[in-house]
Design a protein around this ligand. Structure first.
Ligand code: ZN
Length: 657
């Protein structure tokens, strides 16, 4: 491991706190050191307050900040004198610590300080850095970890046995540090937890961290435990969408709410899940409490976090009963499932949470494999993990409670999603917390949104192979399908029946009708596995109840589609799938309606464009967003007892009313 310190870059960070920002970012950009808000850093600065007193302030990483992107505002300023007094107490509960930290800051708007702040305050150095380095964990998480750490570092570090993070750990560190630290001490190794370094300058503390981690890496290399051989290929991408969706349904049931389930099948994962000893090494617990603590955002159950499944059926037989254990405080659902055929499936309430769980586990795989090469992986004991779970719960209670979004943990697929009503449906569903797949024949769909909970796939919905492949990708990305919005359709220019040729007719039918029938058929096995029941919203047309001349093919296709939706509502009710249809009219903010076309149509009726836009009973304009919001709501609880319905969204049409 190499220092990333760069004199020129560092010169851009002048103050003590700015220097703290710079080296924190250097640590943060190496994911083998800290992951997703993990690790913490601090600097002690003497400041004069408003009444003229000088006081030492500990600027420690605030919660909710990631070291990689931290700014000065991400450090919480806490009065050191108070922290040192607290450290004299015999005991302090975690909620008390949090309360004391928050009430002794010098800036009200600062984020909550890391709970490891007392430990940072107790260390008699200006700068303190703390990481959960993969390499150090690979060494400490072995049966003779302490001996190996001594061998690697000699008197460079003070070794702290494992106890759970909190007040007792801070006191133990302070006690052992004052007894054992000498002139060569540059850090502290917390067994099965991580490593601290410290120094008089940001650079010194950072480079000592790099030195300590580098020594661990070299040790692993000397013992043939650094370079990991990975399989040449990933897990086979055979069609497994129904299998994965079934797994997601069971995990969601166990969790008590729908979860996103992301499947990872890369070569690195493949080599891990195919290990002969997977059943034992994957069940020994997490590598560091930090990987469980972050369960504030990813409520992983410590002992289930490494959930291994030869097949998921045996997995649930083996683990589901634990849900009844009274001391199980979180939901009993695993957040990571390993399977030789599926790869790694990571679950979370959002696509981001599932990605965090996957990333934590990807690093855990490295730690497990290296520790195994050293002689055997040993993680935290079941008791220690239980403590952490409890600790986590205490923390969670202090967090702000806000209800989850309407479609949290659910997956929606929208066709014709690159523009117009389809694009608006994507936005309406994302806004309600769903992970969304957008299909469109227009390649721009792939870059519609750059976010974890959106996947744009170029797809011709009239092609069965392309549609099936898109569904496979949907399920690999998010685990299943809860909501289907059938929007893709074409509206050819007005043609009288007398002039309508077979080819034009068939083209409209193939996109507006045949493709939707095929989509319904292919999605049905997935929709019936939706944890809260499947929902289909069909974008029909005012032309169904009130067709217009020159639109025979379009009107007939939408009428037939509406009839299919009604039959689907009848057939699928027993599967708890609701199918409802919307009939929009005169939605002009779509790609089809250019200013010129709009002006021409308005002139045709002898109206201004403004009058033409609002040519309805309510004299109101209907936008893509209006249609999309209704489509989304029809998939929500307001319409929980409605199926087979047709709802106009047209501002009121005299011929329909
Ligand atoms: Zn830590």
């Amino acid at each position: 491991m190499q220092s990333l310190w760069n004199d020129r870059e560092a010169a851009g960070y002048q103050s003590d706190l700015a220097q703290r920002v710079y080296t924190s970012r250097l640590l943060g950009c190496d994911k083998s050191l800290v992951l997703y808000g993990g690790g913490n850093t601090s600097v002690k600065i003497r400041e004069r307050n408003l009444v003229g007193d000088d006081e030492d302030i500990l600027y420690v990483k605030g919660s909710g900040w990631d070291l990689e992107f931290i700014e000065e505002a991400g450090f919480a300023p806490v009065r050191v004198a108070h922290l040192l007094k607290l450290a004299q107490l015999k005991a302090l509960s975690d909620p008390q610590i949090v309360n004391e930290l928050v009430t002794h800051m010098t800036r009200a708007a600062a984020p909550a300080p890391s709970v490891e702040a007392i430990l940072h305050a107790l260390l008699p150095h200006k700068y303190v850095d703390h990481t959960h380095s993969d390499a150090v964990l690979a060494v400490t998480n072995t049966s003779d970890g302490e001996q190996r750490i001594t061998e690697i570092y000699g008197d460079k570090v003070v070794i702290i046995p494992y106890i759970m993070p909190g007040f007792d750990l801070a006191r133990l560190c302070a006690e052992l540090f004052s007894k054992r630290a000498g002139k060569n001490t540059i850090g502290m190794v917390l067994l099965k937890h991580g490593v601290f370094s410290f120094g008089a300058s940001a650079r010194e503390s950072y480079e000592r961290m790099i030195e300590l981690v580098d020594l661990a890496e070299r040790y692993l290399e000397r013992h043939g435990a650094w370079h990991l051989r990975h399989a040449a290929n990933g897990v086979s991408k055979a069609a497994r969408r129904v299998e994965i969706a079934t797994l997601r349904q069971q995990i969601s049931r166990s969790a008590g709410n729908p979860l996103i389930l992301a499947t990872h099948q890369d070569a690195r994962t493949a080599s891990f899940v195919r290990r002969a000893d997977i059943a034992t090494v994957s069940q020994r617990g997490p590598a560091t409490p930090d990987h469980v603590i972050r369960t504030k955002r990813v409520p992983m159950l410590g002992r289930d976090v490494d959930g291994y499944a030869q097949s998921y059926r045996t997995y649930f037989e083996q683990y589901a009963p634990r849900a009844k254990e009274p001391k199980t405080m979180h939901d009993p659902a695993p957040r990571v499932v390993l399977d030789a055929k599926l790869g790694m499936c990571a679950a979370g309430r959002t696509a981001k949470d599932a990605a965090i769980a996957a990333s934590l586990y990807a690093h855990t795989m490295d730690v497990i494999e290296r520790a195994t090469l050293l002689g055997g992986y040993q993680a935290l004991s079941a008791d220690a993990i239980f403590d952490v779970e409890y600790w986590d719960l205490e923390q969670a209670k202090l967090g702000k409670a806000g209800g989850p979004p309407l479609f949290a943990g659910e997956v929606a697929l929208v066709t014709g999603a690159a523009s117009g009503i389809g694009k608006a449906c994507v936005d309406a569903l994302l806004a309600r917390g769903a992970a969304v797949i957008g299909l469109d024949i227009d390649g721009r769909i792939e870059s519609l949104h750059q976010r974890q909970d959106f996947l744009g796939i170029r797809c011709d919905v009239t092609s069965q192979p392309e549609t099936v492949s898109a569904l496979e990708n949907t399920v690999r990305a998010y685990g299943g399908l809860d909501i289907l919005v059938l929007n893709a359709g074409i509206f050819p220019g007005g043609t009288a029946i007398a002039a309508l040729d077979d080819e034009a007719w068939r083209k409209v039918m193939s996109v507006n009708l045949d493709a939707n029938l095929m989509l319904l058929r292919e999605c049905h096995p997935l929709l019936r596995l939706a944890p809260r029941g499947g929902r289909v919203a069909v974008i029909g047309s005012k032309n169904v109840p009130a067709p217009g001349p020159g639109a025979a093919a379009y009107s007939a296709s939408k009428a037939a589609l509406t009839q299919i939706a009604r039959v689907a509502a009848l057939e699928w009710g027993a599967d708890n799938i609701r199918v409802n249809t919307l009939h929009p009219d005169a939605v002009f903010d779509t790609g089809i309606w250019s200013d010129e076309v709009l002006a021409a149509r308005a002139a045709h009726y002898g109206l201004t464009v403004e009058q033409y836009r609002k040519k309805n009973v309510l004299k109101t304009e209907v936008t893509s967003r209006d249609v999309a919001e209704l489509a989304a709501e029809m998939c929500g609880p307001l319409f929980a007892k409605t199926t087979g319905a047709q709802l106009p969204v047209d501002g009121g049409n005299e011929r329909v009313i």
